[in-house]
Structure formats: structure tokens, C-alpha cells
Write a protein that binds this ligand. Structure first.
Ligand SMILES: N[C@H](CCC[C@H](N)C(=O)O)C(=O)O
Length: 269
């Protein structure tokens, strides 16, 4: 039996497994089985902690419920920072991902993560062909990468958007060779946007940290907001700042829902 911790950031929820002391065989199929909300524990992402090296406190591996590996997960990054801080009493945590090192800092009950630079080139997202990532050839959309691919659609009324229909269509659009997370944004004012995200490999979630970063960056690039704003997601608010050096800071809460154990060997390989 393997212990796990069920955590969430604004309801974007995670099963966290700790493979720092011993490797854990979390194959894509096992991740999918763990994430299944009926046959497994249920979560938006399965997070596996691996040993941190060369200055990183921990390596965070991110898997979606479809088994695909992701290069960023903002809400999970805050949760893992909080988990490590609970072990070390540190207020600054370095979390390594396949997209680079992320620096997290405790701010009272909240955590602020430097999510790294927004990558704005078409090859960074990536897109299937050269184009201005500020004007995609459909809807009213822009794209960027936060270490994972994001498209942002600007809509006049978020509540009128058929996200569950449009989301999967765009997630799998040939324009996105690695698929994409699809964010739908309604600008309230230059300091406040509403956002709902259809996540790549996960579907509709209550919050998406990297999606909130991408949405603010794309809105600011369009001149619809300043370089900092409150992003209101179905699960709650994140504060996002696109720093003048290109890095994006995300501040928000973390929570542990429960802990338990799971028999990984009872799951499909
Ligand atoms: N579905 C995303 C990973 C999780 C992102 C989200 N949960 C966040 O908080 O950033 C992807 O495949 O890129």
C-alpha cells in the first residue's frame, strides 16, 4: 500500500504520491486509473514527487487523467511548495519540472509562484505553422506557453459560451500539435478578468493556474488589462502579475482535503 495526499488549489484537485525515497511505477495507465472519479481516487492531475537535485527541493511530475504528461501545473505547484514547507519549515521552495525550475514563496496563508517566463513564439506554444500568436485564425484568440500550451479566447459573456462543446474541439484542433489548454476569458475591467478553462487531457476544471497566467499575459498583450489582475475562476480567485522581465507570478491558496493509501499493484500497468 502506498500513501497519498489529496490536495487542491481552488478545487483543481490532485492525488500526490511521494516517490522520493523509492521509485513508484506510475505509468500513464496507472495515472489514469488513479484519476478516475469512479474507479479510482479521482483528481484533475496525478502528481508524483521525485528527488530534488542540484538546488531543487523536489522534482514534480505532472500527469493528466488521460495519462499524458504536462509541463506545468500552477495550482499543484503551490500545493507541493506547501507540502515541502511543512517538512522543512522553509518559506522559499524550488520545484523542478520538465519545463524548468519554479520558485515558490509563502505569503501568509497564500503561496506565490514564479511560473517562469511566458513563451510567446509560435514554436514555443507550439503551433503547427508560423503565425502571430496574438491573433489565431479562429474565434478571437491568442496563444502562449507557460511550459504547457494555452490558447485564450476572449468572449463578451462567459456564461453564454458552450465550453464543454467548444473546449474539446479546440483542444484537438490541428493548429495545436501537442493539443492545448483552452481558456475562455471575459474582461471585467483592466484589473479583473473571469476565466474558465477546458484543460488538455483533463477537461473542465474549477481552476487552472498556468491557464490563469496565460490568460493574463494574452489579455495584457492585447491591451485589455494591465500587467497584473485578479483572475476569477469557477473555484475562486488567483492574482497574476506579468513582470517586466517576462516572468509570471501567480498567488493563491492551497488545501489538503485528506490522506489515504492506495494499492498501486492492484491498478493496470
Ligand atoms: N492540463 C494541463 C496540466 C495541468 C494544468 C493546470 N491544472 C494548472 O493548474 O496549471 C496540461 O496538460 O498542460
Amino acid at each position: 500500500m502506498v500513501p497519498f495526499r489529496k490536495m487542491h488549489g481552488l478545487g483543481n484537485d490532485f492525488v500526490v504520491l511521494d516517490a522520493r525515497a523509492h521509485p513508484l511505477p506510475v505509468t500513464p495507465a496507472r495515472a489514469a486509473a488513479i484519476a478516475d472519479r469512479r474507479w479510482g481516487i479521482g483528481c484533475d492531475q496525478v502528481i508524483v514527487l521525485e528527488p530534488g537535485t542540484d538546488g531543487a527541493d523536489v522534482f514534480m511530475r505532472i500527469r493528466n487523467p488521460d495519462g499524458s504528461e504536462a509541463g506545468a501545473c500552477g495550482n499543484a505547484t503551490r500545493c507541493i511548495a506547501s507540502l515541502i514547507a511543512g517538512e522543512t519549515a522553509a518559506d522559499h521552495i524550488t520545484i523542478r519540472t520538465i519545463s524548468g525550475d519554479l520558485l515558490a514563496e509563502r505569503l501568509g496563508d497564500l503561496w506565490r509562484v514564479d511560473m517562469g517566463p511566458a513563451r510567446l513564439g509560435w514554436q514555443d506554444v507550439p503551433l503547427a505553422r508560423a503565425m502571430d500568436t496574438l491573433r489565431l485564425p479562429f474565434e478571437d484568440a491568442a496563444a502562449c506557453s507557460m511550459g504547457n500550451p494555452h490558447a485564450t479566447l476572449f468572449v463578451p459573456d462567459l456564461d453564454a459560451v458552450p465550453v464543454a462543446t467548444l473546449g474539446p474541439l479546440l483542444e484537438h484542433d490541428p493548429l495545436f500539435p501537442d493539443r492545448a489548454n483552452i481558456g475562455f476569458v471575459q474582461v471585467i475591467n483592466p484589473e479583473h478578468i473571469r476565466l474558465t478553462v477546458w484543460e488538455r487531457g483533463a477537461g473542465l476544471t474549477l481552476a487552472c493556474g498556468s491557464g490563469a497566467c496565460a490568460a493574463l499575459v494574452n489579455a495584457a498583450r492585447r491591451g485589455l488589462t494591465g500587467r497584473a489582475a485578479t483572475v476569477t475562476l469557477p473555484g475562486g480567485d488567483l492574482h497574476i502579475e506579468w513582470r517586466t522581465d517576462g516572468h509570471v507570478l501567480m498567488t493563491g491558496p492551497v488545501a489538503t482535503a485528506f490522506t489515504g493509501t492506495i494499492d498501486l499493484d492492484a491498478l493496470p500497468l
